[in-house]
Design a protein. Sequence first.
Length: 204
Amino acid sequence: MEFLSLLFLLATGIHWLNTRGQRQRTALLAEQLRPYQIEKHMEQLTSAYMRALGESDPERQLQILELQEQAEKQMAHEFQNLAREFAKLSAPPTRGFKLAIPYIDQLSPRFTFDMRRLLEVHAHGIERAVNNLHGLPPKDRSFQMMGEMFLMQHSCHWFCKSKTIASARMLAQHQTRYEQALIAVSPETRQAYADVVRGPNQHI
């Protein structure tokens, strides 16, 4: 019984420390996001893309997508500013945990990822999609842009909570699995993302 009681106390302590750390990271990211309307732009663009992709008339589809140009540019610009400002912060508060274990970052940096670098990856990815540097057709470009936004949002939720929670939220909110978002982004984003969350020359 004493052993079980110790296990219970240990589990309770780990849960409490994890919750406190999650609140601190959530507050940090929320503070950095406050000056921007990134979430609003993402909601508008996602809704427009889905509406356009549901159109059977190619001309109407293109018309809906062309109307999103200003929101896309604002999204890219604001996210670049966010990444730039977040990069000025210092670690360890800017490090996210790959495993939900308190103080694991003090054991080894390989159990964490640098959110500063990850935001920079997403900023470049969104900018590439907005400028359509791969010359994709409108429909394919919309898929790529949604992939970039969904993966970016996943990273924010992962940083604040955990990868499991982030993946569950993306599936519930966007009916998109984590693996689908990785496929949808540009090859450059996918490789740079892997370098941050897993390390160079490793697959996700």
